[in-house]
Design a protein around this ligand. Structure first.
Ligand SMILES: O=C(O)CCC(=O)C(=O)O
Length: 294
């Protein structure tokens, strides 16, 4: 009898131990689920499809926290990066809010003291020459020249899937009112410049300032039927001659000079329209097919 009572007590104490264990396991699972839901992950971005439809996707290395120089100002109102496909002929994409305001200001501050009149490449000699086709001023930064540049160059490579070693140093450009760059190709038409790194394959053009009027990047040969909707309101006459991208501080335009079958894309013809009002600052990264030896 006494045995039986003792057995009952043992049974009820072991069942309450099981209840506690089950409660603990339940609490642990709930905290795990909560942690998974709230943990910081790569940033969510959107791709604008034709006719303005938006789909979300995850971009691997572009989370806002990875922007090296995001400061308190930006933390207060961070703009969400998103990618827009603007054309398939040529293949062109805008990565909105690619650079922070501070990064844009930093790039301008590095370039400003060293600006010289921009030149173009002479297709007969492969050498730089002064030209009325290009009236901006510019300067080259060294690839990987400091921590901030390295962070930006890494971000560009993450966006383009082209290794940093295939890129030239960034070129900072400044256009004042009336200054422009007539339509041209970024791929080489000479034998000389492709010797180091091969042909140019793609360009990333980052806008470091807004421009009040004019200054659009225009693709006069873009297949407009195949180009996805862009707001073409408020463009200059030059901007209306093709597919135009209005410079917006922090946005990056990626376009390909070569098609997926490795032939040159004549539809990548592009130019910088004359600035009508304000100033235009930009930074260009040219990528080659192979690694460039510095
Ligand atoms: O400034 C622009 O919008 C175009 C610049 C450009 O064509 C270039 O740097 O190759």
């Amino acid at each position: 009898m006494a045995k039986g009572v003792r057995g009952q007590r043992n049974f009820s104490s072991s069942s309450s131990a099981w209840t506690i264990i089950l409660m603990l396991m339940l609490a642990f699972s709930l905290s795990l689920l909560l942690f998974m839901a709230l943990r910081p992950s790569s940033s969510s971005a959107s791709i604008a499809l034709a006719h303005g439809a938006l789909v979300s996707l995850r971009l691997p290395a572009i989370s806002v926290s990875q922007h090296a120089t995001r400061s308190n100002v930006d933390k207060e109102s961070p703009k969400k990066p998103w990618v827009e496909v603007i054309s398939w002929e040529p293949r062109a994409f805008i990565y909105h809010s690619f650079l922070s305001k501070e990064e844009c200001e930093y790039l301008i501050s590095l370039g400003k003291p060293h600006m010289v009149k921009s030149a173009v490449i002479d297709s007969k000699t492969g050498k730089s020459k002064d030209s009325r086709v290009r009236t901006s001023s510019g300067t080259f930064l060294r690839r990987g020249q400091d921590k901030i540049i390295r962070a930006i160059e890494k971000r560009i490579s993450d966006f383009t899937f082209i290794p940093e070693e295939h890129g030239e140093g960034l070129q900072i450009l400044h256009y004042e009112v009336g200054q422009k760059y007539e339509p041209h190709y970024d791929y080489f038409l000479d034998q000389f410049n492709a010797r180091n790194g091969g042909q140019r394959i793609a360009t990333v053009l980052m806008y470091l300032s807004d421009v009040e009027a004019g200054g659009e990047t225009v693709f006069p040969k873009a297949n407009m039927n195949n180009s996805l909707s862009l707001n073409q309101n408020g463009l200059s006459e030059c901007g209306k001659t093709g597919l135009a991208v209005k410079p917006r501080l922090g946005d990056a335009l990626l376009f390909w000079s070569m098609k997926p079958d490795a032939t040159l894309d004549s539809k990548s013809l592009h130019g910088g329209c004359a600035v009508i009002s304000g100033n235009k600052w930009s930074a260009t990264k040219w990528f080659h097919v192979n690694e460039i030896e510095l």
